[in-house]
Design a protein around this ligand. Structure first.
Ligand code: GRF
Length: 215
């Protein structure tokens, strides 16, 4: 399919969410393509996955550099690959206005909790420690805060008796892999807008959340 919307993915880790996006984009009907994968870690599994899929894999170190300089380098690489949207998938850096101003309302992130609950690190452990019965994953637009931008879609999972942070995280991961490709599709179809600070997601009622009670 030509004319697909080009997406840049930023990832620091294993890249299982990146893989879900790559797999979705392998379908000929999918409106987005992953045009580049960028990591701040040279050994990130995400870069390996990109190479295996024939996608440009770019390492941009953040060591000994100012944040603005790193962000300018990230923007440059994304622009070089013609990216219209950016999807953060386990990218462990806060992005400065230098970055966000280059892609206004066009940066998505996935977080392993039902925001605004449990932002930051170790979200599955935070959920267990808090004793919640339901947690999940959130895809949101990125703003200057940590996990604070407008919520686009959420997926819920139960917390089961005997869960550890690891088992709960696995359950969350599997719903993330269903949720993120769906939201990226909406982005590519032009269904996600912010006007006067207000998010609109132009999809039928009921599509902005999913639930997983198996596994
Ligand atoms: C995911 O849990 C995501 O929600 C969080 O970082 C993790 C990345 O995992 N932001 P992976 O690298 O996609 O496997």
């Amino acid at each position: 399919m030509s004319g697909r919307v080009r997406i840049g993915v930023l990832a620091s880790g294993a890249g299982s969410n990146l893989q879900a996006l790559i797999d979705a984009s392998n379908s000929p009907d999918y409106p987005a393509q992953i045009a580049a994968v960028i990591s701040n870690r040279r050994d990130a599994g995400a870069l390996e996955r990109a190479r295996a899929a024939g996608i440009p894999a770019v390492w941009i170190s953040h060591r000994d550099k100012e944040r603005a300089a790193v962000d300018r380098a990230l923007v440059g690489a994304l622009q070089e690959h013609g990216c219209a949207w950016v999807a953060l998938a386990g990218f462990m850096r806060i992005l400065s206005p230098v970055f966000l101003d280059a892609f206004p309302h066009r940066v998505l992130n996935i977080h392993p909790a039902l925001l605004p609950a449990f932002p930051g690190m170790h979200a599955a452990k935070q959920a267990l420690d808090a004793g919640v019965c339901i947690t999940g994953a959130t895809v949101h637009l990125v703003d200057a805060g940590m996990d604070t931008g407008p919520i686009v879609a959420q997926g819920g999972v139960p917390v089961r008796a005997g869960d550890t942070a690891d088992t709960l995280q696995q359950r969350i991961r599997s719903i993330e892999h269903r949720l993120y490709p769906r939201v990226l599709q909406w982005a590519a179809e032009g269904r996600i807008h912010v006007q006067a600070g207000q998010l609109t997601v132009d999809v039928p009622d009921g599509q902005r959340w999913i639930w997983n009670d198996d596994g």
